[in-house]
Design a protein around this ligand. Sequence first.
Ligand SMILES: *Cc1c(COP(=O)(O)O)cnc(C)c1O
Length: 366
Amino acid sequence: MIPFLDLHKMNHRFEKEFKNKFTDFLDAGYYILGSNVKSFEKEFATFCGTKHCIGVGNGLDALRLILEGYKTLGKLKNKDEVLVASNTYIATILAIKQAGLKPILVESEATTFNFNLEAISRSISNKTKAILPVHLYGQLAPMDAINKIATDHNLLVIEDAAQAHGAIANTGLLAGNLGDAAGFSFYPTKNLGALGDAGAITTNDPELAEVIRKLRNYGSSSKYVNDYIGFNSRLDDVQAAFLRVKLPFLKQDNIRRQEIAHRYIAEICNPKIKLPTIVNKKGHVFHLFVIQISNREAMIAHLTKHEVGYLIHYPIPPHQQEALVEFSNLTFPITEKIHQEVLSIPIGPVLNNNEVQKIIEVLNSF
Ligand SMILES: *Cc1c(COP(=O)(O)O)cnc(C)c1O
């Protein structure tokens, strides 16, 4: 069986370093917002090219705390509208709702799975205050165009970079440095994954960074001094320690993902399979390799028979989820078709060439 993602194998590469880091952590006897969080924040900001990084509990909180930070600064207020892709993972939408803002779902492109720019322009009202693009599957949203729209309409741009650690725009700038602020997740399966929940925010805005630093820790500026109604969403120090071990390998891991993706694109040649559209070959970090197939059930049976793992990202679009009934009267034909046809095949830094070869053969024999 070729697993969809072999997390054990991925992390086993770092076993010795993890154990050393854990011993140091245990010996330090300081477990919350310790030296590992501070160091990781510096290192991840440097990696992304941003001035600030704030470690938080997870990716959902990262997005929410950006929005809460802007509310604290008076740049957003309750019920302001935030444009968000209708085919994103539900977390993007939940963050907006939890911050007391109104998500406005925007249809996607059938080819890139990213925002449709005309649909963005059509969705702007006088209540729109922010755009929240997601770099879905590791491919950057069209940030130049989004930033242009945002400038024209005086909107904030907040990246959901949970699937795009290290993705590079044509300008040479990295995900996390392409808008006003960005939320990252280090959920174990992400391109940079912890061994538990973890997340971070990157920004070049010193005011926002300062407010979020407080908000993640009870709104506290110093011990037992509380400036705001804050949250408890601190990056765990031991997770920060593990992330510090893995960060130096992110770039080469992404290159390996790209190598595999390029082989898939060159060698999967089955007219029943639609391969993903790659806009920027060098910049896409292939968090997922997502094919489209009209007869998905049959393909799943074929993969199962030949022992190739797969997942569906995602089977139900957000506006059809029970949790989001408020959107149930809306229709997004492209998004709905995407959800019916997408299938993610194995990709990752520890997939070997024999496995890649087998996956290509299995797909071509469908
Ligand atoms: C994983 C993910 C999140 C949420 O991250 P968590 O750490 O699980 O909270 C948000 N948005 C996208 C696009 C994601 O893939």
